[in-house]
Write a protein that binds this ligand. Structure first.
Ligand SMILES: NC(=O)c1ccc[n+]([C@@H]2O[C@H](COP(=O)([O-])OP(=O)(O)OC[C@H]3O[C@@H](n4cnc5c(N)ncnc54)[C@H](O)[C@@H]3O)[C@@H](O)[C@H]2O)c1
Ligand SMILES: O=c1ccn([C@@H]2O[C@H](COP(=O)(O)OP(=O)(O)O[C@H]3OC[C@](O)(CO)[C@H]3O)[C@@H](O)[C@H]2O)c(=O)[nH]1
Length: 386
């Protein structure tokens, strides 16, 4: 493998990475990239490894010696500090991060996103190890513009909705809106990491992902996850499409999101990892401002793309409206709009996303169809009564 160069033309030394939550959606793509394109070693920590099993087995894989899986729960495992000490860099991805949990399991959500991350920050700080911590775009909460009258022309002014790392406020709902338990826990861990940097010299980078989507995201209920489970929107809508049922639009599907392809986003993470001088001390939005849709538009586009890739006709009535109380339960609330400002990541790392929403849905839904269509079909065949 040729020596890799950083953005300033210096050779990149191979490093050992302690990746916590490596078995999840983002972790699996990051491990894949690191094994295929870099000489770096990964200590992959997670409770599960299904999504990275293809990288671990068989032993004869070309990168076999560079990835090691450690099955552990960071809540209570004394091996954590030793593994962080063995690495040059720690990346923390571990979290409860599905909105259906935020208002129904707020304690687990707060513990997972704040309390459980504390030892990771402490061990990095005490052992002078660099930390890349995964936060979320949800720390911005609602836009300033959402509080203006519906017909205010200022709502069209980017100053009232574009989300900037260094100037936008974090605007959450009231405490009884438990949806914000996740965002608030993420915000506090960001503040703690920032303070460790300021007071104790911790070398850190904070990543705020804006709806990264692609293959292996979450699960299909009843196939590789619980039947009653509610994953994030990509998997919810994929599940509806695979089962030929209408896509459920929460509160009319009026909320807006920008979606970025996981493979584009992973490029940004690799730049952060390999360019510490440019990434340390920074908070980065990572998203695609050009891929904005309402959730209703997303449902329509996914229906069209799925028809193309599966060859199956769309339903006569492709969507139905459902209230957030019915879908998520008491205490749900929503972010109205999420457009990332790209100035900082552009300036520091020269990164820009490439993939259009249509293209990323086409490759992702091709994967969903190939991976799940047969299993879903089988699960839907009802046993004949004797
Ligand atoms: N995917 C996105 O678009 C997105 C958006 C915003 C923020 N994020 C953040 O990025 C990170 C990764 O997200 P993801 O989409 O890959 O989620 P994911 O749920 O697929 O991955 C998280 C992984 O962490 C593991 N984990 C959780 N608690 C653990 C514990 N106590 N011990 C060991 N492992 C544990 C889980 O088993 C899982 O494999 C999260 O911190 C999330 O908040 C992701
Ligand atoms: O069947 C469904 C499922 C969801 N919705 C609505 O879609 C919007 C997006 O939902 P989702 O992707 O599940 O989650 P959010 O974008 O709200 O939050 C995530 O953002 C980043 C992250 O931090 C981690 O991924 C997480 O908190 C939303 O408006 C739902 O109501 C739907 O209509 N139908």
């Amino acid at each position: 493998m040729a020596t890799r160069m950083d953005l300033d033309g210096k050779p990149i030394k191979p490093m050992t990475i302690c990746m916590i939550g490596a078995g999840g959606f983002i972790g699996s793509h990051l491990c894949e990239k690191l094994m295929a394109e870099t000489p770096h070693k990964v200590l992959a920590l997670d409770v599960y490894n299904d999504k990275i099993r293809h990288l671990l087995e068989p032993d004869s894989l070309p990168w076999a010696g560079r990835i090691q899986f450690h099955r552990l729960n960071i809540k209570h495992d004394s091996r954590l500090e030793g593994l962080i000490k063995m690495a040059d860099l720690t990346i923390n991805l571990a979290a409860i991060c599905t909105p259906a949990d935020y208002n129904t399991r707020p304690l687990d959500t707060i513990y997972s996103n704040f309390i459980d991350a504390l030892p990771v920050v402490k061990y990095c700080s005490e052992n002078n190890k660099r930390l890349i911590h995964f936060s979320t775009c949800e720390v911005y909460g609602k836009t300033v513009g959402s509080f203006l009258p519906k017909d205010s022309p200022l709502r069209q002014d980017p100053a009232y909705y574009v989300l900037k790392e260094d100037t936008s406020p974090c605007i959450f709902g009231s405490i009884e809106k438990q949806r914000w338990s996740y965002a608030c826990a993420k915000q506090l861990i960001e503040r703690l990491i920032y303070a460790e940097g300021a007071e104790n010299g911790l070398e850190f980078t904070i990543v705020r992902p804006f709806n990264w989507i692609g293959p292996r995201m979450d699960f299909i209920p009843g196939i590789d996850g619980p039947s009653e489970g509610v994953p994030r929107v990509l998997a919810c809508f994929s599940n509806n499409l695979l089962r030929h049922e209408p896509l459920k639009l929460v509160d009319g599907g009026q909320s807006q999101r920008t979606f970025v392809y996981i493979k584009d986003a992973i490029e940004a993470v690799l730049l952060m990892m390999e360019n510490p001088d440019r990434a340390n001390g920074q908070i980065f939005n990572v998203g695609n401002p050009n891929n904005e849709v309402t959730v209703r538009q997303l449902a329509e586009m996914m229906t069209e793309v799925y028809t193309k890739v599966s060859g199956e006709p769309a339903l006569q009535v492709p969507t139905i409206d459902v209230s957030s109380k019915e879908f998520y339960g008491e205490g749900y609330d929503d972010s109205d709009k999420r457009i990332p400002d790209m100035t900082i990541i552009n300036r520091q790392l020269g990164w820009n996303p490439k993939t259009s929403l249509w293209d990323l849905l086409e490759s992702t839904l091709t994967y969903q169809h190939r991976t799940y269509a047969e299993a879903v079909k089988k699960s839907m065949v009802k046993p004949v009564a004797s």
